[in-house]
Design a protein around this ligand. Sequence first.
Ligand code: SF4
Ligand code: SF4
Length: 202
Amino acid sequence: MQALTNRSKVVSKKEMTFVEKLYLPAIFGGLMITVSHFFRKKPTIKYPEQKREIAGVFRGQHVLKRDEIGAERCTACGLCAVACPAEAITMTAAERQPGEEGLYREEKYAAKYEINMLRCIFCGDCEEACPKEAIFLTDRIVQADYKRNIFVYGKDLLVEPKDNPIDLSKRQTPEVKEFKHHTEYQHNQTFDKKQKIKAGGH
Ligand code: SF4
Ligand code: SF4
């Protein structure tokens, strides 16, 4: 049959010599290749004793942030769930009661908020979609486990502890904040504003 490429090789079928029949040179050659690997720089690390340095904007486990007085910022608007391409987020909204102002920042809050970490692809779209600066991805790694239901993270694992706030200063720099809020940038404009600009207004 005609070869499609010129990569084919003609295999030699010559008789092996006595030394080749001993296989020792071939075994020795193979061992030398193995030994040479001992002295090469290893691309792997001894995790978990040793950990790799990761970027400040690494997209790992989410956090639901609190505001300056410790109230939960999430208002259960559902935008993060709608933006999520993996449909990993679910929530149940509830109305804030009088006297709960210190617990919840807005009149509506998430009584239940869950992220399925097995579905999540850590794209960061939920963070981008949130109008309340409530959800962020962090540099924390989601821990491995044996049971699937462990990976459905509820508010107990997502809301930041009051006494140990999660530092977002590397992710949420003043430049990033400005970029997110500047209404002159098209991605921050509301539909109405875009329509007005199209019609020649401001
Ligand atoms: S990071 Fe992406 S996939 Fe994960 S919950 Fe947020 S939007 Fe969904
Ligand atoms: S995290 Fe943000 S986008 Fe998601 S429900 Fe709460 S306020 Fe809305």
